[in-house]
Design a protein around this ligand. Sequence first.
Ligand code: ARG
Length: 583
Amino acid sequence: MKTITGLLRAKLEEAFEKCGYSKELAIVTVSDRPDLCQFQCNGAFQGAKLYHKAPRMIAEEVVKVLSEDTDLSKAELAGAGFINIDISDKLLLSYVNEVYADDNCGVPQAEKPETIVLDYGGPNAAKPLHIGHLRAAVIGEALKRLVRATGRTAIADVHLGDWGLQMGLVMAELEVRHPEWECFKEDFDPEKAGELPLTTDELNEVYPCASGKSKEDEDFKARAKELTVRMQKGEKRYLYLGREITRKSIPDIKKNYDRLNVSFDYWYGESDADKYVPELMETLEKQNLMYESEGAMVVDVARDDDKITIPPIIVRKTDGSSIYATTDLATIVQREKDFAPQGIWYVVDQRQSLHFTQVFRCAEKAGILGETKPEHLGFGTMNGADGKPYKTRDGGVMRLSLLFDTVYEAAMERVKDSKFSADEDKADVARRIAVATIKFGDLINHRAKDYIFDLDKFMAADGKTGSFLLYTVARVNSILKKTDEESITEAEGIFTDSERDLLLKIALSGEAYALAFKERAPNIVCENAYQLASSFSKFYHDNHILTEEDRAKQNAWLRACVVLRRVLEKHLDILGIESVELM
Ligand code: ARG
């Protein structure tokens, strides 16, 4: 369905044309002076240049036509040529009814089918998830849901890091610790090998240990590098080890994502792109794009108009080993073959922007992108109160599970004496509150901005928080529980200003989704959800719904509650936040 401004635009196009002006002028926006009007059109100013006429004259003619339209309760000339517009209550109500009945709840749908691969998460095998992985997961999940809500196909790929030095480090350490393991024996046959006897406890502790060791012990570091290259070159023993280490890492990674309500369609790793490396190299070679430089094969990607120096991209080491850029380029080849997407969105830390600039340019030069438009949707850092990346109390890197536990415990504290949820449900309610707290606290900021993680602020029951939104849904539930929901019908009219304001906010949600998609910015959905919830709060205080004796009024207000809940839940769903029944 059309957005409300889209609908008004059609009306204004007709009016402009009727007056002999181009319909291009009929751009309608939400009013930036809501105290004066709901919508505005500034097209007369543009028209003044085209038709050599005063903007006021043009606007006046258009307003005259519009004033005959009963869907508009106001169309007036203001200032030097603005057209101020209010829609009639009848139109507002019917639009809101349409949103409610719409399968997509008023989210504007894509005009043609489109597939977008989303690359987010990016955890590394053998390493526990830390808070650096939080934003990728939270923003990526929301963008995936936003893409789907607009009727496009979204393919979520976790792009597991399983092909880099961390694998060699773990292997080198295991080799020292467990020379007796089958896989380290001379006559080891990977074809017949069973499971690697690596326990979860050891898995959690082996990488930090190996990483520490490599900083002091040169030989150990060299061995780790050697094993990484041997795995990449396809030596069966190390492929087996790498695969097993990865396989054992996945359950814990998944568990962390599950708790956050984050999921992926594909659990491909960097290693899965390896089989496309030869094809990639051949393509680069055929086009003479690659040359050798200081022990590596590189491709020039600088452009004349660059404002900063973009160094050549290293696509391969001379020893044949792969690096980060190799796997990202090969993964593009893979994704083209598997999905031929219109876009690939990389939801990755902003600090990797040079890497992606190089990769995208190289891919474009090599012609491996087809119709695909790659985009790096970078994000800023989550900081502590000191403005530096969030740390544990002793200054270490904070594990994601610990962060989650901290928020979960605070949520549990709130829920524990709740009369609304049964004891057996409390853990799930607390988890939902924790997810809402973490995700909303993150997503309300534009993704490119850094933000400070402040648990008290994020947990507050009022303001721009996940809790406020969950409370709003719960409050609606509790009102509706006290009435016969089945008997609520479409409203016969709008009775108060706060009611009209709420309905207008509902009607404007379509604009927010559209803008959020255009800008790849879930914070716009957050902001709109907050606007809806605060409008509802005012509406709830101004109108005494349950004690109202006028049936038509009460019905209209209950209907507003029902619609608000559906629309707010749509917002939450896009943000990857689950609501709670009562709070
Ligand atoms: N594993 C990488 C890291 O920890 C992130 C991967 C991001 N995705 C990508 N296609 N490069 O930094």
